[in-house]
Write a protein that binds this ligand. Structure first.
Ligand code: URA
Length: 189
């Protein structure tokens, strides 16, 4: 675990100094990601919003409060057994979707995070995570709730919590997805 902590901290230090794309110019803080370094499960969002940018922590706004509730409902938390990261680590102005170039520039950090944590399960939260981590052509509405085995990881896509706040009718499907996540998590022992 000590080696893992060192690798994580070294990567974080590098990421906090990153000026690899235009998002660096407007950020207040880099939002590297946080959670349990020995986590068997990693959740991947799109990128920081305003509050995340201000605090330097992922999913701390309204969507984050909902995410924490949903994690809690299946006995997960960022403090004890889950890791939370984003596709891009700096806030896209006005919360626009990160461009292909911004994502391409930032993805090596996410890949390195996955290599350090080595989760067994990766959950893509929303379309941007699906596009960059699962399948660039896939539609979230089509593939959510299904398991994909890729490079030794179990991947599942579900709605982004912000989408659930915009359209609460999606919550029932999201709850089905979270039950499937709990089952898979428990089956991995
Ligand atoms: N939305 C995301 O995708 N990530 C965050 O960290 C916050 C909101």
């Amino acid at each position: 675990m000590e080696e893992r902590i060192k690798r994580w901290n070294d990567l974080k230090e590098k990421c906090l100094r990153c000026t690899g794309c235009g998002l660096a110019e407007k950020r207040t803080n880099v939002v590297f990601g946080e959670g349990y370094l020995g986590a068997k499960i990693m959740f991947i969002g799109e990128g920081p919003g305003q509050q995340e940018d201000e605090q330097g922590r992922p999913f701390v706004g309204r969507a984050g409060v909902l995410l924490d509730k949903m994690l809690g409902s299946i006995d997960l938390s960022r403090e004890t057994n889950a890791m939370i990261c984003n596709v891009v680590k700096c806030r896209p102005p006005g919360n626009r979707v990160p461009s292909q170039q911004e994502a391409r520039c930032c993805l090596p950090y996410l890949r390195a995070q996955v290599a350090i944590v080595r989760p067994q399960i990766i959950v893509c939260l929303g379309a941007t995570a699906v596009k960059h981590c699962l399948d660039p052509e896939a539609k979230i509405t089509k593939i959510r709730g299904r398991w994909f085995e890729k490079k030794g990881f179990w991947l599942l896509a579900t709605f982004h919590p912000a989408a659930l706040l915009r359209d609460p009718s999606k919550k029932a499907l999201a709850w089905e997805d979270f039950k499937a996540i709990r089952e898979k998590y428990q089956s991995l022992g």
